[in-house]
Write a protein that binds this ligand. Structure first.
Ligand code: UD1
Length: 369
């Protein structure tokens, strides 16, 4: 019997992390499945891409589309054109896509038109903010996918509200499978926690980890300035380590950078996965607009202050382990200080048991068997 062929599509930093868990499980089923790893090239700096392949033991890409940066239209279109050629040549039985980036959207459109069934990892997330490019990408990909692997029950319910995976009429979308698999990022966090011996420079005392990259924060000078002012004030109270995303590095003015440095904030290049996990593990708090890092902090039982008005991961806000501060400088300081002085003590299991990738791969394999 010929092997099943599964394309695994990645392009941006959080996707390398999620795909590593699927890649590991697919390799365990190597007698039944051939994995074709495709890298769109959306993220191309070594610190944003290559380091993850080495560190997380991801199958090396068979194809690198090298699309690089561009406007949303350009970037998405370049992936569409290049990926179509690859999928036409490879004819995979299924494709796995991750999260909500332009790579995810482009992968979904190409695969759907070629009638290749799509497995969407991290389905059902919504911020209800259609000004976020990611929200547009999420809605589109969820409506195109066959397997919708949801990290939480809330995500399942949100999909059902949109009529996905549920027969809402005779013409309802009953061809898709909506499953609460738990969060694949927990699989990776558990895997990595076995070996966090990596060396990473950090203060002896308690400290805060801060990251920022969302376009609505970096590309809006007023918001960026208010958030950085809040972080600079906090740096006067407690050490803050700030690995800077390339988008943010471009958006920050020299004045803002100097303000942070003068306040004692430790600006660094983007960090590899295990280094960041180790930093978070020994921190007292994380401030981030990244959904992925928000959860990684939770897995490591750290509170999170979110410089956004909303989050896709509301459950941890609801139980008091995360707080929304938006772009309010004083709220960033006060919510951070209050978490530092009175950290949450309970971090109940919200995201499954760390075996999501097994459930996902089994669902795909059993469909074809
Ligand atoms: C993308 C995703 C976002 C995800 C994030 C993780 C979309 C719409 N957004 O945002 O959901 O949370 O990745 O990082 O897909 N750049 C470099 N080197 C790189 C990558 C980016 O210099 O390796 C710079 C470029 O100037 C680029 C900018 O960062 O224009 C933004 O990169 P892009 O991939 O378009 O979006 P992200 O902000 O990284």
């Amino acid at each position: 019997m010929s092997k099943l062929k599964v394309a695994n599509l990645v392009g941006a930093r959080p996707q390398f992390i999620k795909a590593s868990a699927i890649s590991r499980v697919l390799r365990r089923h190597a007698d039944e499945v051939e994995e074709i790893l495709i890298h769109s090239g959306q993220h191309y700096d070594s610190s944003m891409s290559d380091v993850f392949f080495d560190e997380l033991e991801i199958t090396p890409p068979k194809y690198h589309l090298e699309v690089g940066s561009g406007t949303h239209g350009e970037q998405t279109a370049n992936i569409l054109v290049a990926l179509e050629k690859v999928l036409l040549a490879e004819k995979p039985d299924a494709i796995v896509v991750y999260g909500d980036t332009n790579t995810t959207l482009a992968g979904g459109i190409v695969a759907a038109k070629l009638n290749i069934p799509i497995a969407h990892v991290e389905a059902g997330l919504r911020s209800f903010n259609l000004r976020m490019p990611e929200e547009i990408n999420r809605k589109a990909i969820d409506h195109l996918s066959k397997w919708l692997f949801c990290p939480t029950q809330r995500a399942v319910d949100l999909l059902h509200d949109e009529g996905i995976g549920r027969r809402i009429s005779d013409k309802g979308n009953s061809q898709s499978y909506v499953l609460n698999t738990g969060d694949v990022m927990l699989d990776v966090a558990n895997w990595a926690s076995n070996d966090l011996s990596v060396e990473v420079e950090r203060p002896d005392s308690t400290y805060v980890v801060f990251t920022l990259h969302r376009d609505f924060n970096t590309d809006n000078p007023e918001r960026l300035s208010r958030i950085l002012e809040g972080v600079a004030s906090l740096s006067n109270e407690t050490p803050v380590i700030f690995p800077v995303h390339p988008r943010t590095a471009k958006a920050m003015t020299e004045h803002q950078e100097q303000m942070l440095i003068d306040a004692g904030c430790d600006l660094r290049s983007p960090l590899a996965y295990k280094s960041l996990m180790k930093l978070v593990k020994h921190s007292s708090l994380v401030i981030t607009d990244s959904g992925g890092l928000q959860k990684e902090a939770y897995f490591l039982q750290k509170p999170v202050v979110i410089p956004r008005a909303e989050t896709e991961w509301m459950e941890m806000v609801d139980i008091g382990c995360a707080a929304l501060a938006d772009d309010d400088s004083s709220a960033i300081v006060s919510k951070s200080m209050s978490f530092i002085h009175q950290p949450p003590t309970e971090f109940p299991s919200l995201y499954g048991d760390g075996r999501s990738a097994d459930i996902m791969v089994s669902s795909i394999l059993s469909y074809f068997s």
